[in-house]
Design a protein around this ligand. Sequence first.
Ligand SMILES: Cc1ncc(COP(=O)(O)O)c(C=O)c1O
Length: 466
Amino acid sequence: MIEFTPNVQKGSDPLYIQLYKSIRLEIQKGHLPAHTKLPSQRQLAKHLNVSRNTVDIAYQQLSAEGYVKGIERKGLFVVPLNQDLFFPEPKQGIFRTEETSATVTPARFNFRYGEVDLEHFPYKQWRKYTLESIHRENGDLFLYGDHQGEIGLRKEIAHYIYQSRGVRCLPEQIVVGAGTQYLIELLCKLIGTKDSYAMEDPGYNRIRETFQHAGVSLSPIPLNDQGIRVDKLYESNANVVYVTPSHQFPTGVLMPLSRRNELLEWAKNVDGYIIEDDYDGEFRYVGLPIPALQGIDHHEHVIYLGTFAKSLTPAARISYAVLPQRLLSHYSENFTHLQQTVSRFHQYTLECFMESGDWWRHLNRTKTRYKSRQQTLLRALKTHMPDLHVSGNDSGLHVIVEPNLPLSEEELIRRAESLGVAVYPTSIYYANEKPATSQVLLGFAGLSEETIEEGIQMLKKAWYHS
Ligand SMILES: Cc1ncc(COP(=O)(O)O)c(C=O)c1O
């Protein structure tokens, strides 16, 4: 009796190859266990309606590779094999998947930083421009594009950051890239890995790690209520510094003009660079917008970084750097071999979105919405937990809270989690010093006002049992 039916079809590989591969796979998977007798050539040929010659060649090949062995006058038998060699079980612990919004079971009240308002995303317009990008007339977009980014998009960005952030630049100075971390890596190569780098402490952990992986020496510089301490920067002997002057991340400190001038003076004295990360500079809800540091730099020391991760969506992976002229010539001479990392379709979509005016409408609505969400959050915290200390009110999309309880950061997070509230650590942002009291970070951009209100009431229960 023939107990298996190898998969052979006319039209693809020669039949003997298909037959040989099919039996080999059955043996490797263990479906034809050791010592199983294969059907005779005549039987199998008849069963499959193929010639005996086809079966003969397939059997010869299996025999030559040691999958089967002939025993005189008895037939062909499967040889014992170690199946693990063919289909090894994946080893536990080798593959570490990072926790992202896609992999984590969402908490009912998730105060995760980095979310955006998905309910009001301009889906219709984004879809329209995306479809336009996949048109025959835009055939060019299917090919490699400008290594610096589409010139049309760079013109839109230059116009936008001038109007909104006071950044003065030509589109030719802009380099588009897939994320701020990618751009930081590029800057390390451009500036050089032998230079001495510094960054704010606390500061964004992913950027710190990016510098570390780039192999540069990195000094953590403490802050005070005006932002990075320039006296400590001098002491560090660094000549490149990464800062977040609009909203220091994560403390939310806004760097006043006096400190900005001190910092620019430092850059001039050491003939160095200031990497200004203006990641959520758009989201300032009180007073007038504070222009970017780049706009008041007259000596080509500031490299400005911007991103659409907060103002649009992090999924588009569209960020950009504005290079001062002296770095730009080095880039143009030595780095044009690097292809652009952002899809041309996405770049084109964003360009149309910005050009049409949909961008400004989206931005204004988003600002209004995030402002009300922030106000709701601050109000709810004040009403339900009046003893709790809130800082970072000037941050665009998150606040930091210290509940003044004798509990560790871990315990605060665990208790909140037990009632379905996700709050996040701040200790990961510290390189040297740690926060004096336990605190956690609450992002609010992705939550409706009702959810914020309910979530804070639940947090009160988790922390104060009332
Ligand atoms: C300080 C800081 N810079 C930049 C970004 C954005 O990075 P990207 O442009 O890679 O999305 C973030 C996002 O959370 C951030 O916190």
